[in-house]
Design a protein around this ligand. Structure first.
Ligand code: PLP
Length: 362
């Protein structure tokens, strides 16, 4: 019997056991080709099929409308922070950002290197414990786009509703919550996500973008940093991260076999409510960081009375087979990441460990 930890890592994060087993089976010989998928040309019929199948599976599961292209790029979501303003922020325009925490801040930092930026709304005054109200959103006439971070992986706040930006392109960093729930993709001009939280292993970044965004990309942008290079090349301009795309394909198949994205949401709500309940019913022993309305389905952040007790919690949790419950080093506290692949049983075990720890230390 393989011993699997209760994995609450924030990223890279848990992968479904079924996916790992399937990858293991196909590792040495992929579908009768006499070698692994890593050992063949990315121009081979087998890889071209995998590239196409992965795109169509994502289109089906995420209900991506016609008129969008799906790309498999490298460089992580962090490279997107720069590519977005390089490709879409032109002279005389302003790029608008919603500031919701650590990841939004990194996206803003890169855009500032490229051109004019403005903060459309911020929850900094509330210590990023909520998503700012965007109902009265005002974007100037020369808005290039509005960028949001749909789920702040470190702080633990998640958008409930996406803003209506009219004709201004809405761009979403969904690195840590893509496919955790159904989304109206048509609201977005572009969605991107590093794979290593909710889609697969690191090494590939999924970009979904509306084709009309690609008109008149500025000429001076290097080839690899242009979206139109990769749309024209169907993500095969240069060697793609073959194995990572293969793993994303297996994860997408797993989501489909498990009822699709709506079923993921239902299960994620059941999973997280176990842990949020453990927090809310603790009489203040555990304290949720984020205001209840904006609590994430993917990253549950909470604190205890003092850091001493938090340290003890982490240490004992490790002795009980839990991994990854320490909060991000920038914010401290505790965090349980409950991505799609984290089993219900792991969340059940955590909720009961939390109650037990409170009994012994409360
Ligand atoms: C992890 C993360 C990133 C950075 O992803 P990389 O692939 O490591 O560059 C960006 N945005 C969000 C919301 C994340 O969770």
């Amino acid at each position: 019997m393989t011993k699997r930890a209760y994995n609450f890592n924030a990223g890279p994060a848990a992968l479904p056991l079924e996916v790992l087993r399937r990858a293991q089976e196909e590792f040495v010989e992929y579908q009768g080709i006499g070698m692994s998928i890593m050992e063949i040309s990315h121009r081979s019929a087998q890889y071209e099929k995998l590239n196409e199948d992965t795109q169509s599976l994502l289109k089906e599961l995420f209900s991506i409308p016609d008129g969008y292209k799906t790309l498999f790029l490298q460089g992580g979501a962090s490279t997107q922070f720069a590519m977005i303003p390089m490709n879409f922020l032109k002279a005389g325009q302003t790029a608008y950002y919603v500031h919701t925490g650590a990841w939004a801040s990194k996206a803003i930092k890169e855009a500032k290197l490229i051109g004019e930026t403005a903060i459309a709304a911020s929850s900094e005054a509330d210590n990023f414990t909520r998503i700012p109200d965007l109902s009265g959103l005002q974007l100037g006439d020369h808005a290039a786009y509005l960028h949001i971070t749909s789920n702040e992986t470190i702080g633990g706040a998640q958008f409930v509703q996406y803003p209506d930006t009219g004709s201004v392109p809405l761009i979403g960093d969904m690195s840590s919550d893509i496919l955790c729930r159904p989304v109206d993709v048509s609201k977005f001009a572009m969605i991107y996500a590093g794979a290593q939280k909710n889609l697969g292993p690191s090494g590939v970044t999924v970009v979904i973008l509306r084709e009309d965004l690609l008109q008149d990309t500025p000429k001076g942008i290097p080839t690899m940093l242009r979206y139109d290079t990769h749309t024209k090349g169907n993500s095969l301009y240069n060697t793609p991260p073959v194995y990572s795309v293969y793993m994303v394909n297996l994860v997408l198949q797993w989501i489909k076999e498990n009822g699709g994205v709506a079923a993921m949401e239902k299960r994620n709500r059941e999973k997280t409510s176990l842990i949020y309940q453990a927090i809310d019913q603790s009489g203040g022993f555990y304290r949720g960081v984020v205001q209840p309305e904006y609590r994430s389905l993917m990253n549950i952040t909470f604190r205890m009375e003092n850091e001493e007790l938090e340290k003890k919690f982490v240490k004992e949790s490790e002795q009980h087979g839990f991994v990854g419950l320490k909060g991000h080093r920038d914010v401290g506290g505790l965090r349980a990441s409950t991505y799609n692949a984290v089993p219900f049983e792991a969340c059940e075990a955590l909720a009961s460990f939390m109650a037990d720890f409170q009994k012994r230390n409360g």
